[in-house]
Write a protein that binds this ligand. Structure first.
Ligand code: C2E
Ligand code: MG
Ligand code: MG
Ligand code: MG
Length: 292
């Protein structure tokens, strides 16, 4: 029986592999023109301050709107862009677009907010990254303190000493730095102390079961205690329910990001939301306002 099944399974497996490879090649060839054809867009997701209920920052999240493929998620195309190097020009476009947009928001809103942008490994390895970012800040006239760059632990560990140096230079420039998806990587606490970061983002895999699973609750509490002792700003990501929101707020998280408040939304929708939320004074208000 086992013998008879094997060739079939094998064929199925290889046909499957083949179609995956073909999908990847098709994506890759289309991705080559995505930037010049204006197919890339940024969505923004709000982060709410737990004490004031204000939207104090937004994370820029890349989307690829292709005429044939529809809206492609970053999980699908960023690894490809990372592998073929196109993440460098794409990443620079993301930073420029987010800074330009934030400058526009500053002009039209009574309060300034930070815009957070994810960096990839290739960008961090780029020799002139700091220079490029300085030039974008200068070009867009955005105060560096209103740009936050997110890196992950695994990204830092790829080339530790060089990455720390780059982050130190970015910090010198005045931009804010965040460690994304914290708790999922391999860095030891000893490294954490050496990263010149301002913010720790607790990965959503911990937040997900924080209320129901005492183990995840304990890990989250430990991360928050650790971050506090290092004087870091703490953001909880992936907050979807009121219970999770209450929990991380009670533990002392500073900012909350997640579907509970809002998914990532297009620029126009975010502008409208920011405008509407100007008068909000607590986080129940902001939640009602968004869902109304
Ligand atoms: P990330 O930086 O950790 O971003 C957070 C992801 O979690 C986003 O997925 C967001 O939509 C999702 N999310 C937010 N709140 C919730 C929630 O309450 N529940 C759940 N289930 N998910 C939530 P997205 O937009 O698909 O992005 C995925 C990843 O792609 C990002 O993870 C980031 O690593 C990468 N990425 C996105 N944009 C860029 C970019 O411009 N450059 C680079 N290098 N990477 C990017
Ligand atoms: Mg991020
Ligand atoms: Mg994250
Ligand atoms: Mg993530």
């Amino acid at each position: 029986e086992a013998y008879r099944q094997m060739p079939n399974n094998y064929q199925f497996y290889s046909a499957n592999m083949n179609s995956q490879l073909q999908e990847r090649l098709a994506l890759e060839s289309k991705l080559r023109y995505a930037l010049q054809r204006n197919e890339l867009v940024l969505y923004y997701q709000p982060r709410v301050d737990t004490t004031t209920g204000k939207i104090v920052s937004v994370e820029a999240l890349l989307r690829w709107q292709n005429p044939e493929l529809g809206l492609v998620s970053p999980a699908k195309f960023i690894p490809i862009a990372e592998a073929n190097g196109s993440i460098v020009p794409i990443g620079e476009w993301v930073i420029r677009t987010a800074c330009t947009q934030n400058r526009l928001w500053q002009e039209s809103l009574s309060q300034s907010l930070r815009v957070a942008v994810n960096l990839s490994a290739r960008q961090l390895a780029q020799l002139n990254l700091v220079e490029r970012i300085a030039s974008i800040l200068n070009e867009t006239q955005l105060n560096p303190a209103y740009l936050e760059l997110e890196v992950t632990e695994s990204l830092m560990m790829e080339n530790l000493e060089q990455s720390i140096r780059v982050l130190e230079e970015l910090r010198e420039l005045g931009v804010k730095l965040a460690l994304d998806d914290f708790g999922t990587g391999y860095s030891s606490l000893n490294y954490l102390r050496r990263f010149p970061i301002h913010t720790l983002k607790i990965d959503r895999s911990f937040v997900r079961d924080v209320v129901s699973n005492s183990h995840d609750g304990a890990v989250t509490n430990a991360i928050i205690t650790l971050a506090k002792s290092l004087d870091l700003n703490i953001t909880a990501e992936g907050v979807e329910t009121q219970e999770q929101c209450e929990y991380v707020k009670a533990q002392g998280c500073h900012e909350i990001q997640g579907y509970y408040f809002s998914p990532p939304i297009p620029t126009l929708a975010m502008t409208a939301l920011l405008k509407k939320s100007e008068k909000v004074t607590n986080y129940e208000d902001i939640r009602n306002l968004i869902s109304s």
